[in-house]
Design a protein around this ligand. Structure first.
Ligand code: PLP
Length: 382
């Protein structure tokens, strides 16, 4: 199991930054990108900017040849400021304001997702001729952070919508799906790939040749539970593509990794603010200076269980972990009892490992007056 990168340890030791903070090692981002490319050479990665929109991350990935999945004009502008050309951006959010589509189109973005007839109409109005792709509903069993039925449509509707797009002078470009974030089952892609193949075939019969299949994100990071290596995802997805799309003359395959690229590059350092001793029938509580509103939003429902590191050793016993705000939902872990050292006391640090994704970008702008989570980017900036 991976621990903390030596570069992050040295930074924390030497700089002793104020807490809470996220320290991100860009060399790890680069390594993860290369590992993903090696595991899935058949897919062009569009990094899901929402996972960690730090400009240094975008620049690092752009230098390695990544493209980008964006969800709003602000993410588009950030990518452009980092030197990413608009042709390397895909506007993957299916929920877009008219004006936002217009801003993206003016900026040169030409790839857009949709999943309903109203969204096709908006795209036709504001992004004439653009390459549009339809998001399919996808099962996300096995995902620690499922995406449910908020996005996507049935394959039957996708066929209709892509034909509607053609009639409205858009370019029907392809289909996409997302099997849920932190997807622990590599086989989860297969049924969506099969469904996508059906959509391709039906449209071909109607005279429309789709060019792109977007297999989304979901490739997991290492938290408390072990997950299969990314090479396993590559093998299983490749086998499914071969089965449903054939080994040659396949459409362009696009992936949208987020968490996989940045999670393990980051450590979220917190400090113990308070300790409540256990009593009969009550647990030991440890209150940290970051909680659900300070970067640990994915502890909602205890979906993501981070690995923790402290400066103390045994003896240890179970604790309830909570954040510093006045909201009672600001509890990090209650069902899962972390066993933390008895010596852990006020002022000590608690580090959340693999915390580089969906932490800083989820932290509140100032709930209870606590500032958003600060990020320090270290390592290879080129
Ligand atoms: C459309 C889309 N693409 C990509 C991603 C990135 O997913 P992950 O971080 O699990 O790889 C998400 C995450 O929610 C998403 O909604």
């Amino acid at each position: 199991m991976m621990g903390m990168s030596p570069r992050i340890s040295a930074f924390l030791e030497e700089e002793d930054p104020p807490t809470p903070c996220l320290v991100l090692d860009l060399s790890v981002v680069g390594r993860r990108y290369r590992e993903l490319r090696a595991a899935m050479p058949f897919a062009t990665p569009y990094y899901a900017v929402k996972a960690n929109p730090e400009p240094a991350v975008i620049r690092r990935l752009a230098a390695l040849g990544a493209r980008f999945d964006v969800a709003s004009p602000a993410e588009i502008e950030m990518c452009l400021e980092c030197g990413v050309p608009p042709q390397a951006l895909s506007y993957g959010n299916t929920v877009k304001k008219l004006a936002d589509i217009g801003r993206a189109y003016e900026a040169g973005v030409r790839m857009f997702a949709f999943d309903s007839t109203r969204e096709v109409e908006k795209l036709a109005l504001m992004a004439p001729g653009a390459q549009v792709f339809c998001r399919l509903l996808a099962g996300s069993a096995g995902a620690r952070w499922p995406l449910s039925d908020k996005f996507g449509c049935t394959p039957e509707l996708a066929v209709e919508l892509l034909q509607q797009a053609a009639k409205l002078d858009l370019t029907p470009y392809g289909v996409s799906f997302h099997v849920g974030s932190q997807q622990t089952d590599p086989h989860r892609w297969e049924s969506s790939i099969a469904t996508a193949a059906m959509v391709f075939t039906e449209l071909q019969a109607a005279g429309i040749e789709l060019e792109m299949l977007n297999i989304g994100g979901g490739y997991p990071a290492q938290y408390l539970e072990e997950v299969p290596p990314v090479s396993r995802y590559g093998e299983v997805i490749k086998a499914a593509l071969d089965r449903w799309f054939g080994g040659t003359d396949r459409p362009l395959i696009v992936s949208e990794p987020g968490r996989y690229l940045t999670a393990e590059a980051g450590v979220l350092r917190t400090q113990v603010v308070s300790v409540r001793r256990p009593c009969t029938g009550c647990d030991r509580w440890i209150y940290l200076d970051a909680g659900k509103f300070g970067g640990l939003a994915e502890t909602e429902g205890e979906a993501i269980r981070y690995r923790l590191a402290t400066g103390h050793g045994e003896p240890a016993n179970p604790v309830v972990l909570a954040g510093p705000t006045c909201d009672s939902v600001d509890v990090i872990s209650r069902q899962h009892k972390y066993s933390l050292p008895l010596a852990l006391d006020i002022g000590d640090t608690v580090d959340f490992l693999s915390a580089g994704a969906y932490t800083a970008s989820y932290s509140s702008v100032g709930f209870n007056g606590f500032p958003p989570l600060r990020t320090y980017c270290i390592g290879d900036q080129s």
